[in-house]
Design a protein around this ligand. Structure first.
Ligand code: UDX
Length: 482
């Protein structure tokens, strides 16, 4: 099939490369000249497993890049809109990019086309895209608008696309539903997985993707409701973790106990510093707006966001509890990205926590396996954040180690070396990466989420050393001020 994907961000680039992988002829459209030039030269602008391989495999063959939307529309049977829908101040999604793409498509229609929303959009966007296209002269019989939401997770987006739990096709006419089903044919009939060059996925053996046909409005709601539900699961376990801390229980044991109930499930029940990223925070606010505008009170969404926000404050309080005062403390931060497997910093809890610690007067040395380039831009050259070349370098001489992203590499660090490099043997783990018993054995003071603190036999000595250091810092500050 001939397919255009408008927008070469995370969703558009992955979808375009994967449609080419399924055998389609794909044109990726973007209005950013620099991005287009880089893509044409063979660069991969995001850190995403298997994406460089797919771009390399199909670039210049079944995958091309263009700035000419009208040309791409004329070339294609299916046009996927995958442009940004950033939040406005009130939480509503800003749909102006979607609207301008719809206008552009309307002016170029010369034959029957299916216009597909792939960006996360509120319910009714489908009807609006249709209205805008009609107002801009697109003949009603020459197009349909469908919703085909994306459930890609950053870091595993390619495998998520090719081995989906489900493909949702929200289409109000059979003609457009059939064309969309045809685009995913190699996944739903299982032929893609028989290809020896197929990208490996989480399943071995025969696989057939499941396609769910719904109305366009239901598909729009499915996307918002899925993300809101997952965010709610995370906030739920984080709230349970707080209760565990208050009563001296262990949230990892509680998680095992509730997650093994097949009605609840284990996934998305990892406690931590809260969810971040480009989707959950934004989609939760947008879904709340949709509910409100339509007269529905959905307080559960407010509470989900509140618990998430509070999780960062709770972490800062833990650091304070471990270190007594924060001013002048030198902290090693392991992890900057909003989760492992990505270089994305958008809404990253780590960034928010570092900014709060900087305000408290801490100096930070950070390390992240993928996100340091973006972090250097985020914090700028004049901030008190330094970047280390590796985790051990970050730990050297720090007053404590803070773990903020769940990179697996961190869990494999040598505990004896951590203890030897740190000035005080203190680890505050916002992702429960380490086992408390192992930390205790290594002689580390260990604070994690929803589990009892490990303070070791020498805690009194450490606390008095901290008090002494804090008084010294204060004396130095007083002298400097004088
Ligand atoms: C999410 C959805 O999973 C995906 O379906 C949708 O298309 C886009 O939004 P993504 O933002 O890439 O994907 O990340 P995800 O893996 O869902 O994690 C989101 C955040 O929740 C991260 O900050 C992660 O660290 C956190 N998280 C996740 C937890 O704190 N605990 C968990 O158990 C799972």
């Amino acid at each position: 099939m001939r397919i255009a994907v408008v927008g070469s961000g995370y969703v558009g680039l992955v979808a375009g490369a994967c449609f080419a992988e399924l055998g389609h002829d794909v044109l990726l459209v973007d209005n950013d000249e620099h991005k287009l030039a880089a893509l044409k030269l063979g660069e991969c602008p995001i850190h995403e497993k298997f994406l460089p391989e797919l771009l390399e495999r199909h670039r210049g063959k079944r995958l091309d890049f263009t700035g000419d939307l009208a040309d791409a529309v004329r070339h294609s049977q299916l046009i996927f809109i995958a442009v940004g829908t950033p939040p406005k101040d009130d939480g509503d999604a800003d749909l102006s990019y979607v609207e301008s793409v719809a206008q552009g498509i309307a002016g170029a229609i010369d034959d029957y086309k299916v216009v597909v929303e792939k960006s996360t959009v509120p319910v009714y966007t489908n009807s609006w895209v249709r209205k805008i296209m009609l107002l801009n002269g697109a003949p009603a019989e020459l197009f349909d608008v469908a919703s085909n939401p994306e459930f890609l997770r950053e870091g595993t987006a390619v495998a998520d696309f090719l081995y989906p739990d489900r493909i949702v096709v929200g289409a109000d006419t059979d003609r457009c539903a059939q064309l969309l089903a045809q685009a995913y044919g190699p996944l739903t009939d299982g032929s893609y997985y028989k290809n020896p060059d197929a990208i490996p996925g989480p399943v071995t053996g025969p696989f057939q993707a499941h396609l769910i046909r719904t109305s366009a409005k239901s598909a729009e709601l499915i996307k918002h409701a899925s993300n809101a539900f997952l965010a709610m699961k995370i906030s739920f376990i984080n709230a349970v973790a707080s209760v565990c801390e208050a009563v001296g229980a262990d949230v990892e044991q509680v998680r095992e106990g509730i997650g093994t109930d097949s009605r609840i499930g284990r996934r998305f029940l990892s406690p931590g510093v809260g969810y971040g990223g480009s989707c959950f925070p934004k989609d939760l606010l947008a879904f709340r707006s949709v509910a409100r505008e339509n007269g529905c009170h959905f307080g559960l969404l407010d509470e989900t966001a509140r618990v998430n926000e509070e999780q960062r404050n709770r972490f800062i309080r833990k650091v304070r509890k471990a270190l007594w005062t924060l001013k002048g403390k030198k902290l090693a931060v392991l992890g900057l990205a909003f989760k492992n497997g990505t270089d994305d910093l958008r809404e990253s809890p780590a960034v928010g926590i570092i900014k709060s610690l900087l305000k408290e007067g801490c100096a930070i040395t950070a390390y992240d396996p993928a996100a340091m380039g973006r972090a250097a831009e985020e914090f700028g050259p004049n901030s008190a954040v330094r970047f280390a070349h590796g985790p051990y370098e970050a730990l050297q001489g720090a007053d404590a180690c803070l773990v903020l992203t769940e990179w697996e590499d961190f869990a494999a660090l040598d505990l004896a070396r951590i203890k030897q490099l740190l000035r005080y043997p203190i680890v505050v783990d916002g992702r429960n990466l380490f086992k408390p018993a192992a930390m205790e054995e290594a002689g580390l003071h260990y604070y994690s989420i929803g589990r009892p603190d490990v303070v070791g036999a020498h805690s009194a000595t450490v606390t008095s050393a901290l008090k002494e250091a804090a008084s010294k810092n204060e004396a130095i500050s007083r002298n400097e001020a004088a």
